[in-house]
Design a protein around this ligand. Structure first.
Ligand code: GLP
Length: 235
């Protein structure tokens, strides 16, 4: 595991973008992409770097039954924040199916296996330790599936959502995410400190705790998010 602790939002974004670039330069990916407020400045930095216009993109999750044209769908968010600014193609952006239809989910997992493994998976972390939409209680063996969102997640995400927050989502499972060659987890802010510490065996186990088993896990955090793990990161 490698840990980088940075002092500002910009330094976090620059560090994360640099690490992504190292893993994706001169390749077509796949790049595992995430949504939320954490990736936004990272995508801004990435758009300044020269990545292949044929980059293949796999998203972690999507809201259940959301209209793909809804401005708060993860599809539209990724098109706006990543695909267009970086000069990628919408045709290369793959998301778990909003329908949650079993055969569509199967097709998504098969495509991910065929085009994968993902070279680097960008991940945020929920304040309750969720990763993608794997809520507390999600198992290490979980694969892509429909999930019910926790109340904390609904409240946390409402501020980004135009209209009423969906109650369900379709998410890659922990096992799906663990197949990536590298995981890059980024956390900013005091409200993420407990969740981040759960990856180091501090406090309750969370879905993020499972990621500590990955052989190539990189964490980039600001000092507020890293407040409960500073001693670990110096060891
Ligand atoms: C959503 C996403 C997660 C993300 C989390 C944190 O729930 N499904 O992938 O990590 O939000 O969001 P933020 O970065 O805005 O704190």
């Amino acid at each position: 595991m490698r840990i980088f602790i940075e002092q500002s939002e910009q330094a976090v974004a620059q560090r994360a973008a640099g690490l992504i670039f190292e893993n994706l330069a001169n390749t077509d990916g796949p790049f595992g992409v995430a949504t939320g407020s954490t990736p936004t400045p990272i995508y801004e930095q990435l758009s300044q770097l020269e990545l292949s216009p044929s980059m293949k993109l796999f998203a972690l999750d999507e809201y259940f039954q959301i209209d793909p044209n809804h401005p708060s769908s993860f599809r539209q968010t990724l098109i706006r924040e990543l695909v267009r600014p970086c000069g990628f193609s919408e045709d290369n952006l793959h998301l778990p199916p909003a329908s949650a239809d079993e055969s569509e989910i199967e097709k998504f997992e098969v495509l991910l296996n065929e085009l994968g493994p993902v070279k680097i998976q960008l991940l945020g972390i929920g304040s309750n330790g969720h990763v993608a939409f794997n809520e507390p209680g999600s198992e290490l063996e979980s694969t892509t599936r429909k999930v019910k969102l926790h109340q904390t997640t609904i409240v946390d995400n409402q501020r980004h959502f135009q209209g009423e927050m969906p109650r369900f989502a379709v998410t890659q499972g922990i096992a799906t995410i663990m197949r990536s060659e590298a995981l890059l987890l980024v956390a900013r802010g005091k409200h993420k400190a407990k969740a981040l510490a759960s990856m180091f065996g501090v406090g309750d186990l969370t879905p993020a705790s499972h990621l500590a088993k990955h052989p190539n896990l990189i964490i980039v955090a600001d000092s507020d998010a890293a407040a409960l793990i500073e001693s670990k990161s110096k060891s």
